[in-house]
Design a protein around this ligand. Structure first.
Ligand code: PMV
Length: 351
């Protein structure tokens, strides 16, 4: 059956890496394995409408319109066009259709939360729904989600970790069954109940555009004096975190996760050219967390993406106490006192 004038809608989550991906080789393959928590509340909803082109149109370009939060958007078109170009050889039917892509995020526009992971995985899943409807043979779910993650990776590396939940590994690693550089896989090993419903409160320190894009940052790992050490450290940390997730050792978790965050930023500071994405309030927050831990037996810890915002990670058992601490001590360091409470989620969902 061919699809004419049909549509599909996917809701896809953002994710936060515990062991970070920083440094890649062509075509969008990671220099080390990474692992992330899939989020629940921070998500993108994308509706894609497919209209079959009746005649073969001689065009070198893809035929699509983008609407973001209800309004026609030209700004996202080049990025999506580049994405389509990259995946065309895997999706040869793309030029047979005219697409309408309507997207919205659950988090406020330009809140400084990377929307590329949820945004790219949403488009990838919509395209896979089209592919499934075109496919003569029945497509297995395994193939569907693997290829969706594979395509999402070509949009934005970390987007391949935004298809499944609750923990996803991307990058071939000897200790992770089925792991691959080409797509993210669900972490299937044993996970201790300490990590059930793990919380992530995102402190929006800086909602502005990043000064250095992650594309530029990844590229600066070529010829970086500490690159090789970093890639092997990350791979060792994957092995370590596997043990930590199994044993439920929260002290070890805090230590590994915070070290990963600071190492990511240390790589930025020791690149050439060097750069700093943290802001004064990022450091104030980090110091407050360390004080808070010293004064209590809390396992509240932080992690960072490629930006100034701080993700507070903590067990669900601390939900009430941390909520009070955040409101009283942390909100003041956020732009317009803005922060988002999230929790680990289960992955993309077709609506
Ligand atoms: O997916 P990209 O190319 O935007 O890279 C993002 C990398 C980090 O968010 C900094 C780390 C990670 O593993 O998510």
């Amino acid at each position: 059956t061919s699809v004419t004038n049909e549509d599909v809608t996917w809701k896809t989550p953002s994710n936060i890496a515990l062991v970070k991906y920083w440094g890649k080789r062509n075509p969008q393959l990671p220099k080390n394995a990474s692992i992330s928590f899939t989020l629940n509340n921070c998500h993108t909803i994308t509706k894609m409408t497919f209209e079959k082109n009746e005649e073969i149109v001689a065009t070198n370009d893809f035929d699509f319109d983008v609407f973001f939060e209800g309004e026609k958007n030209e700004a996202f078109k080049p990025k999506i066009s580049t994405f389509f170009k990259r995946i065309e050889s895997y999706c040869p039917y793309l030029k047979d259709y005219k697409f309408k892509i309507e997207s919205e995020n659950s988090f406020p526009h330009s809140s400084g939360i990377a929307s590329s992971a949820s945004g790219m995985s949403a488009i990838a899943l919509c395209i896979m729904s089209l592919e499934r409807s075109l496919s003569v043979l029945e497509m297995t779910d395994d193939y569907f989600f693997k290829k969706a993650s594979f395509l999402a990776r070509l949009g934005s590396g970390s987007a391949c970790r935004s298809v499944k939940g609750e923990l996803v590994v991307w990058g071939e690693h000897k200790d992770i069954n089925g792991s691959s550089d080409l797509f993210g896989v669900e972490f299937k090993d044993e996970v201790h109940s300490n990590f059930k419903n793990y919380q992530d409160t995102i402190l929006l320190v800086d909602k502005g555009e990043k000064q250095v894009s992650s594309t530029v940052g990844h590229n600066l790992m070529h010829g970086h004096p500490f690159a090789e050490q970093r890639f092997s450290q990350a791979n060792e940390n994957i092995a370590r975190i596997k043990g930590i997730l199994k044993s439920g050792d929260l002290d070890a978790f805090v230590n590994l996760v915070e070290s990963e965050a600071l190492t990511l930023h240390a790589m930025m500071m020791t690149s050439n050219p060097y750069f700093i994405l943290m802001k004064p309030n990022t450091l104030k927050i980090i110091n407050k967390i360390w004080e808070y831990r010293k004064e209590s037996n809390s396992h509240l810890c932080f992690t960072l993406d490629a930006g100034a915002n701080v993700h507070l990670l903590f067990p669900v058992s601390e939900k009430e106490t941390v909520a009070k601490f955040v409101e009283k001590e942390m909100a003041q360091y956020c732009q317009n006192n803005h922060y988002i409470c999230d929790v680990v989620g289960k992955g993309a969902q077709q609506l």
